[in-house]
Design a protein around this ligand. Sequence first.
Ligand code: T46
Length: 135
Amino acid sequence: MNPTIINFKSLGDERGHLIAVEGGSSIPFEIQRVYYIYDTAPGVDRGFHAHKKLNQVAIALSGSCDMILDDGVEPVTVRLDRPNEGVLIRPRVWHYMKNFSKNCVLLVFADAHYDESDYIRNYDAFTGWIAKQQQ
Ligand code: T46
C-alpha cells in the first residue's frame, strides 16, 4: 500500500523550531483526541489492530519508531524519526509500531473520541472484515 506522509512546515528561526498543527488543514480532519506514547519498554511492539472508522496521524516528536501499515494486501513500513513528519493511519488498515528508541515520544491526533468498539484486534477478524466490506 501507498502510505500518506504529511510534512509539517517548520516555522523555525535562530531561536529554534515551531510547528503549528491545525485540524482541517495541516491535519486532514478535525481533531477530537490527542494522545501520546512514551517510555516504551525495550523490545516492546504496540498496536496490532485496525480501526473501523477512525482516522489518525502519528508523529515521532522525539526519537524514532517504525509504523507498519497493512491494508491486507501489501504491508509497508514507515520510519517515523522527525517531528516535522507524520503518517496518516486510515481506517481499515492493520497497524503496529516497533523498534521504539528509548526517547521516542509518539504523538497521535485522532478524529474521534476513544471507542473500544471501533477496534479490530485480531488479524483474521481484520481480513475477514475487509473481505466482507468488499462484497
Ligand atoms: C492506535 C495506536 C497507534 C484509552 O483509554 N484512551 C485512548 O485514547 C487510547 C488511545 C487508549 N486507551 C486505553 C486502552 C488501553 O487500555 O489505553 C490502553 C492502551 O491502549 P492500546 O493498547 O490500544 O495502545 P496501542 O499502543 O496498542 O494503540 C494505540 C491506540 O490505542 C490505537 O488507536 O492506533 O496507538
